[in-house]
Design a protein around this ligand. Structure first.
Ligand SMILES: C[S@@+](CC[C@H](N)C(=O)[O-])C[C@H]1O[C@@H](n2cnc3c(N)ncnc32)[C@H](O)[C@@H]1O
Length: 229
């Protein structure tokens, strides 16, 4: 999972259009829940969606990593909780709950994760989940190379993809260079390749409606559910 790369996260994803995605999220929430005022971002990372959504909603975040929690708090000043999406219980409700950038793939129990998110919704509240790849979509044996540079820091990340049963595995080699040092470290990310049937079943079991919006905020699609009013 994310370990050493936490501090490089914003540089690695510096070309991601968080503002544009936040506009998509805001519109999707308002279309279904016009008076929505509050939002919870589950697996919020460094808080870039949160920062963009704070203008529209009183927003809070959750992440399992203390390092990401601190970065999101620093960026937004919003309440950001440490918690696991598979058993989250903040004891409060929101008008919208989101889980973006395919973070749902890190769940080890999809039904528990969707149930946990749904219980944080008021009646009529909206859940938006950006899915991870399905088994059919996942390509094993592919290599991805990413190069980023800022403020005298150079990062090269080369990732290889494989699969273990229904779990996609990405071995990510990082070279991080400054004028004085070059560091190499490896992180292994494991994300479950849930099917759309499994997503729909988890939404319905949690008492939510289910729709798949394409292309969604970033081209990965969006799973959208709503609790009964
Ligand atoms: C790909 S990042 C996405 C972060 C953010 N949503 C974004 O769009 O930049 C995945 C995030 O999921 C978090 N995460 C992984 N497993 C989690 C879990 N079980 N519960 C909560 N957060 C988790 C990681 O710490 C990381 O911040």
């Amino acid at each position: 999972m994310f370990e050493r790369s936490v501090e490089l996260y914003d540089l690695i994803y510096s070309d991601k259009d968080y503002e544009g995605e936040a506009t998509w999220i805001r519109d999707a929430v308002r279309k279904r829940c016009p008076n929505a005022r509050t939002l919870l971002d589950v697996a919020c990372g460094t808080g870039r969606h949160l920062a963009a959504l704070q203008i529209s909603f009183a927003s809070e975040g959750v992440d399992s990593s203390p390092e990401f929690v601190n970065l999101a708090r620093e960026r937004t000043g919003a309440p950001v909780h440490q918690g696991d999406m598979d058993c989250l219980d903040l004891g409060k409700q929101f008008d919208a709950v989101i889980c973006m950038f395919s973070s749902i793939g890190y769940s080890t129990n999809l039904n528990d994760a969707i149930f946990s998110m749904a219980r944080h919704l008021y009646p009529g509240g909206v859940l938006i989940v950006e899915p991870w790849f399905t088994a059919d979509q996942w390509m094993t044996g592919s290599l991805q190379v990413l190069v980023r540079e800022a403020d005298g820091l150079r990062v090269i990340r080369m990732s290889s993809s494989s699969v273990e049963g229904s779990v996609s595995v990405m071995e990510m080699h990082h070279l991080v260079g400054t004028p004085s040092t070059i560091e190499h470290f490896v992180e292994t990310h494991r994300m479950t390749l849930f099917s759309f049937d499994e997503y729909e079943s988890a939404f319905r079991r949690a008492g939510l409606s289910y729709e798949l919006a394409q292309p969604g905020p970033s081209g990965r699609g969006a799973l959208i559910g709503q609790t009964p009013k």
